[in-house]
Design a protein around this ligand. Sequence first.
Ligand code: R5P
Length: 279
Amino acid sequence: MDLVICPSSPTLGKKIAEILNLRIANVQYKRFPDSELYVRAESDEKSHLVVGSVCSNEDVVLLNLLFDALKGEIIAIIPYMGYARQDREFLKGEAVSIRVLAKMLEERADRVLTVNIHSIKAKESFKRLTDLDAMPLIGNHFKGRDIVMVSPDKGSAERVKNAAKVANCEWDWLEKKRIDAQTVEITPKNLDVAGKQVVIVDDIISTGGTVVEATKKLYELGAKKVETACVHAVLAEFAPIKLFSAGIADITATDTIEKIYSRISVAELLAKEVKGVLE
Ligand code: R5P
């Protein structure tokens, strides 16, 4: 088996290769002048561990091209599985995007591994998917600090509870109402955060709207300092600027999406799972 690194996850891919002592396959990625992508995989191995998050439309095309180029068995590690938020037909006639991605990936991959895929519903679109939880890693990162972890909504409360358990700190949640893809409303709820340092913990920070609204609420409630941590730092549409302008003191994320905020690695978590699969 060798390890194939996709352009979306170079550092994480290398870390996993080192832990598992796998050779990194020689793959050429090129772009034609008309912007079409090209992939050539020089590998004679009978099985491959492909590592690459789906952060963009190009990542989907690249994975498809790679799957065509590689021969033999494939275990696909997709640390951040984009398109998972469109996990159902919210409005009549909508495509269920994750269903399309699942079909595409499982047509070629024998196993798919993800980290904190958006929902149970998204996971159910797959037949052979293992989803791993990075929340304990976030908890471990904050261990020993005098903080309160806050989930911006009830939906994420269970995840935040897992992180807080490892961090050995207090935790709570806010009530969120989503108005549209860019707008959320945090409804009044009293939390005991006056004078405390708070870390807003979420699975994804996308536009940053959720964290911004939660931050406003927490400062209103008297929080001394608010920072944020997430598994997937999508950070679209100038999100870091929005977060810092709202008073967020720091952003901490895992490396499912490689950003300068990626201070926690999911490499060991994923490598351990792969070892289990291969044994
Ligand atoms: C929602 O269910 C997720 O847990 C996140 O809260 C959401 O995806 C964050 O999106 P945004 O950063 O655009 O508010």
